[in-house]
Design a protein around this ligand. Structure first.
Ligand SMILES: [Fe+2]
Length: 196
């Protein structure tokens, strides 16, 4: 059943996302030694430890939210193809978050394809599962795709979140839970929509 997004607003979007983390976050991140929630919380925690801006921390925290595609109404049990979780997530996020955060979600798969085309050493960072999905996602970008991708004004942040995506797959890392980051997520919503 497709959720009713018309009920989402600036005052309940953070709780909506927190609820997804709580109910669905324990799901396996296929082929990785972490759950989906741990993966996103690790990326956000590493960004915070590195003193990165809140846009990057929240971008890392939310970049894979579209993996819970049934929460976003795009999933169908008979799906046999890539469900483009990056678009599913970004479509909901863009109503509430600055474009830099939405772009970190929407383009995190493209960023992998971009980095594989432009930085040979980057490929070594990819997990086995990520190498596998790279093929399904179209492999490294062509020269034309690279040029087009570099025109995105949020390129730097998109790449930063992509590196956090790779970093947040550690079996041994403890992180705070979503509520710790919730005030920061709300700040990003307020920044985008203006404080009421
Ligand atoms: Fe990820």
């Amino acid at each position: 059943m497709k959720p009713d997004f018309s009920t989402l607003n600036r005052d309940n979007i953070v709780a909506f996302i927190g609820d997804i983390f709580e109910r669905r976050g324990g799901e396996e991140y296929l082929g990785e030694p972490v759950t989906m929630a741990q993966h996103m919380l690790q990326g956000a925690t590493i960004a915070k430890q590195n003193g990165q801006p809140e846009e990057i921390i929240v971008g890392a925290l939310l970049h894979d939210i579209g993996h819970f595609t049934s929460e976003f109404g795009t999933y169908h049990p008979d799906d046999t193809e890539d469900r483009h979780h990056e678009d599913a997530g970004a479509e909901v996020l863009e109503q509430f978050f600055p474009s830099v955060i939405t772009d970190c979600c929407r383009y995190h798969v493209a960023a992998k394809r971009y980095l594989c085309a432009t930085k040979p050493e980057y490929f070594q960072r990819l997990s086995t599962a990520s190498v596998h999905t790279l093929e399904l996602q179209g492999g490294p970008m062509s020269a034309e795709e690279v040029v087009a991708f570099e025109s995105n004004p949020n390129l730097k942040e998109i790449i930063q979140v992509r590196y956090l995506d790779e970093a947040g797959k550690r079996a041994d890392m403890e992180t705070p839970d979503f509520p710790y980051f919730a005030p920061m997520v709300q700040r990003m919503v307020d920044k985008h929509l203006g404080t009421s």
